[in-house]
Ligand binder design. Structure first.
Ligand code: ATP
Ligand code: MG
Length: 298
């Protein structure tokens, strides 16, 4: 029986869990995730959150077991490539790229190995958990290699004599360095995405999704935006406005007891760098404030 509650899958514990949880919270979902339960009920909306291994999410979404899921593009793309190579279809709808879970899938070799390009690895053994993405990269270069599939601890493979190179996810590069490896090629860049099942949804569920998406959009936009306030000499207003990055039309207000200056308030799509603030000050601006914005709706 189809549940009337919208089902969303997220990673139970791992690199995407905290940010996924924070995203739900910022969209106004009240969830009690403290218990070690597979399904968490959202108290104030008809939504259930399913907490699973990230590898299970593409399948659950594709089969329509859940309506939505949050997953790394790397996993999504890999599943798609593997299924395609087996002649199986894979169709999920990507609703939105999210602003967390950023990482890259990179080739890395032992520090003492000379690398002059992908041809340096032709015919070599490469350990990875992402054979599909790795094969696509070498296929596009017209090069062959030997894939060594490892579900985890990929970074120890060269030292253990299992492989000549690795292809693994990197964010800071600290793990590579700790294992005596150097990153030589980025083959895929990934972020977390919100995906939807290809199955048709009830009107009620679709309405709920249409309500959640602008909230997610508003949170992401707010995180990137700043509220800027400053005092400006009237005769420098144009020059000052020109310096504000990606700003909308500013609000200008009178200052009590001051006819030469005005207060300028504006929402900017980027932060103000110190350099710009110094330029603004040089033009005569003062009391420059850059404030974070919590939420936005346009
Ligand atoms: P699970 O137990 O759910 O299978 P996992 O070990 O497969 O977890 P994590 O290491 O938690 O997965 O990574 C989940 C996702 O986080 C990755 O698929 C990727 O999209 C993203 N990610 C962001 N930064 C990194 C990183 N430095 N290393 C690995 N994954 C990262
Ligand atoms: Mg996993």
């Amino acid at each position: 029986m189809e549940t009337q509650r919208l089902r969303i899958a997220m990673q139970k514990s791992g690199r995407l869990s905290q940010d996924s949880q924070a995203l739900f919270k910022s969209c106004g979902l009240k969830i009690n995730l403290r218990e070690q339960r597979l399904i968490a009920h959202v108290e104030n909306m008809p939504i259930d959150i399913l907490r699973v291994r990230d590898d299970d999410i593409p399948g659950l979404v594709m089969e329509g077991v859940v309506d939505l899921g949050i997953i790394g593009e790397n996993v999504l793309e890999e599943v798609q490539l593997i299924r395609a190579s087996q002649g199986q279809p894979f169709a999920v709808k990507t609703l939105k790229q999210l602003d967390f879970g950023g990482c890259r899938l990179s080739l890395a070799v032992p520090e003492d190995v000379t690398y002059t390009g992908p041809e340096s690895l032709a015919g070599k053994r490469i350990a990875t958990s992402y054979p599909g993405l790795l094969k696509r990269f070498f296929d596009e270069k017209g090069l062959g290699f030997k894939s060594v599939m490892l579900g985890g601890s990929v970074e120890v493979a060269p030292r253990a004599g299992l492989a000549d190179a690795i292809c693994d996810l990197v964010s800071t590069g600290a793990t590579l360095e700790a294992n005596g490896l150097k990153e030589v090629e980025v083959i895929y860049r990934s972020k977390a995405v919100l995906v939807q099942s290809p199955n048709p949804l009830s009107d009620a569920k679709q309405k709920l999704i249409d309500k959640l998406l602008p909230r997610i959009q508003g949170m992401q936009q707010a995180r990137e935006s700043k509220y800027i306030m400053l005092h400006a000499p009237k005769d420098k207003l144009d020059a000052i406005t020109d310096l504000l990055p990606g700003a909308e039309r500013p609000t200008i207000m009178q200052l009590a007891g001051d006819t030469n200056q005005v207060a300028l308030h504006v929402v900017s799509s980027e932060t103000l760098f110190w350099e710009t603030m110094e330029q603004l000050k040089a033009l005569g601006a003062s009391s420059i404030l850059v404030l974070p914005i919590e939420k936005m709706m346009e």
